[in-house]
Design a protein around this ligand. Structure first.
Ligand SMILES: C[S@@+](CC[C@H](N)C(=O)[O-])C[C@H]1O[C@@H](n2cnc3c(N)ncnc32)[C@H](O)[C@@H]1O
Length: 265
């Protein structure tokens, strides 16, 4: 029964490339609340829309793939192409003017890492050229969208890094790796919407010397609605359950927290 429902959802063009594990777990969460299969499928699709809906269209994904082919055939500047890709999603587009300063601020506290994790990464790994790190980094990038992961691995290959991106649901699958620095940008509010208590569990499960967490200060519609106060009030105690806040700062439309501790090592 569960598998059948998952298969029906996977038939939808929009969710064809989303991790099967994610769909299955959402079906399990919604199952007890619905009597008919039709309503169950509708509820799971609503949930998927919450976690994934405002992300990339297939057209954008094809564009990324073409831009990467240009890079692979040589000639183009890696930063110029990365910038075009980062422009395709609101979260990364908003950071275009701040990426360099952001990574400088972070590395001032953490030092330049040899290994990184980027959880629910979206297009953020395409900002690696803005980090100004002049050696190879083990960059573990996880997302539930297999097309994003495929393109991130191509990009890591172009940079000469190991291709360490993989499809992983960071709420429902174990994160095995250790890193010097873990990025968790704009994800905890979504995690909490999926299941209460997820953000605390996720933070406790991360094996990293430093974790940088961010929250948006504007909603997608551009309104400010006291998000700074709300997110600080709700999430600072959650972060402090397992980590120490080393530094917090506002840059662009986001608030960033640099954390230590957690499940370090
Ligand atoms: C708002 S975007 C944030 C992307 C990136 N962290 C950034 O700030 O630039 C949300 C991303 O989270 C991914 N995502 C949603 N739920 C996830 C989960 N449970 N595990 C891993 N990735 C997830 C989506 O596919 C999407 O790429």
């Amino acid at each position: 029964m569960l598998e059948e429902v998952v298969e029906k959802i996977q038939l939808s063009k929009k969710y064809k490339y989303i991790s099967e594990k994610t769909i299955l777990e959402l079906v399990k969460i919604e199952l007890p609340k619905h009597k008919s299969e039709k309503n169950l499928i509708k509820a799971v699709k609503n949930r998927l829309h919450q976690v994934y809906g405002a992300f990339l269209s297939r057209k954008d994904t094809e564009k990324i793939s073409k831009l990467l082919s240009t890079l692979e055939s040589g000639g183009e500047d890696i930063r110029d192409i990365a910038k075009e890709i980062l422009r395709l999603h609101q979260s990364t587009r908003e950071r275009l003017d701040i990426y360099e300063e952001l990574y400088r601020e972070i590395f001032d506290v953490t030092g330049k890492p040899s290994s990184m994790m980027d959880l629910a990464c979206g297009l953020n790994p395409f900002s690696i050229p803005y980090m100004n790190i002049d050696r190879h980094v083990d960059y573990y990038a996880y997302d539930i969208d297999s097309t994003v992961i495929e393109n991130v691995n191509r990009f890591l290959g172009i940079l000469g890094y190991p291709r360490l991106a993989s499809v992983k649901d960071v709420l429902f699958e174990r994160i095995e790796e250790y890193s010097d620095l873990c990025l968790l940008f704009k994800f905890l509010p979504t995690a909490e919407r999926i299941r209460k208590g997820s953000s605390s569990r996720l933070l406790k499960s991360i094996n990293s010397r430093f974790i940088v967490v961010s929250f948006p200060l504007k909603s997608i519609s551009g309104k400010e609605k006291g998000m700074l106060e709300n997110y600080s009030r709700i999430f600072e105690p959650v972060m402090e359950e397992s980590c120490k806040i080393k530094k917090k700062f506002v840059l662009g439309n986001e608030i960033f927290y640099i954390l230590t501790g957690g499940n370090d090592g």
